[in-house]
Design a protein around this ligand. Structure first.
Ligand SMILES: O=c1ccn([C@@H]2O[C@H](COP(=O)(O)O)[C@@H](O)[C@H]2O)c(=O)[nH]1
Length: 239
């Protein structure tokens, strides 16, 4: 089974033993992992060191959201860890995202490492239309995703995190080079959980997603390796 850089497996676990078991079990079939808050807050940067030793790409998904100076200082430190991709919340605003892009570039130049890609979270994939209207924004949910994608592009972000349901519209307005990362991926027949704006792997790719972030359908499967195999098959059939 060959790996596919479009698949990013979310390591939403909280200890290194489970990380090592999963990474060993999945072997060469997965080359890109996501480390989020649960894992990073539990074990810290040792997981990044470990995944780099295994020659894996890493999306460090800490979704920074604060004033420009604080986000910039945080990203200056995170850039030194050697992740492939970092992120902030687009709703932090244009100035925050501009600072983020500048700091990451300057730090990578200073320490002479490849600049990590920097992407912005638009509207969380768990959010549905009712929850969205309770927040009382003026735009509807999908309009806001498109607006935040354009703002992120203007700020110099490399791409966005959005649901697979908005990927086609984002691609239409931001172009094919702008990276679209989509969580909320559920293979057909999967039980519904806290994700709302979902699609199958094949549909997400058809809609223009560059990377599919998939966690529980793999990590909570009885046989994670078989789950990856099935998902990769579905992704290849789409191509
Ligand atoms: O809008 C977003 C942004 C990030 N995520 C993250 O992706 C994974 C999805 O995991 P599943 O188990 O496949 O639901 C998870 O780590 C989230 O923190 C997201 O789901 N939606």
């Amino acid at each position: 089974m060959s790996c596919d850089q479009r698949l990013i497996v979310a390591l939403d676990v909280h200890n290194m033993e489970t990380v090592q078991q999963l990474v060993e079990q999945l072997g060469d079939s997965v080359s890109y992992y996501k480390v989020g808050m649960e894992l990073f807050y539990s074990v810290g940067s040792q997981v990044i060191t470990y995944l780099r030793q295994q020659n894996k790409d890493i999306f460090l998904d800490l979704k920074l959201h604060d004033i420009p100076n604080t986000v910039g200082q945080g990203l200056a430190t995170l850039t030194q860890l050697g992740a492939t991709m970092l992120n902030v919340h687009a709703s932090g605003g244009l100035a925050m995202m501009q600072t983020a892009a500048r700091v990451v570039k300057n730090k990578a130049d200073e320490i002479q490492v490849q600049r990590p890609k920097l992407i912005a979270v638009t509207v969380l994939t768990s959010m549905n239309a009712d929850e969205w209207s309770a927040l009382r924004y003026n735009a509807d949910l999908s309009q806001q995703v498109i607006h935040l994608s354009q703002l992120a592009q203007k700020a110099g972000m490399d791409g966005v995190v959005a649901s697979p349901q908005e990927a086609a519209q984002i691609q239409a307005v931001c172009g094919n080079e702008f990276i679209i990362v989509t969580p909320g991926i559920r293979p057909s027949g999967a039980t519904i959980d806290d994700q709302s704006r979902i699609a199958t792997p094949a549909r997400a790719l058809k809609n223009g997603a560059h990377h599919l972030v998939i966690g529980r359908p793999i990590t909570a499967a009885a046989n994670p390796k078989q789950a990856v195999k099935d998902i990769l098959r579905e992704m290849r059939e789409q191509a």
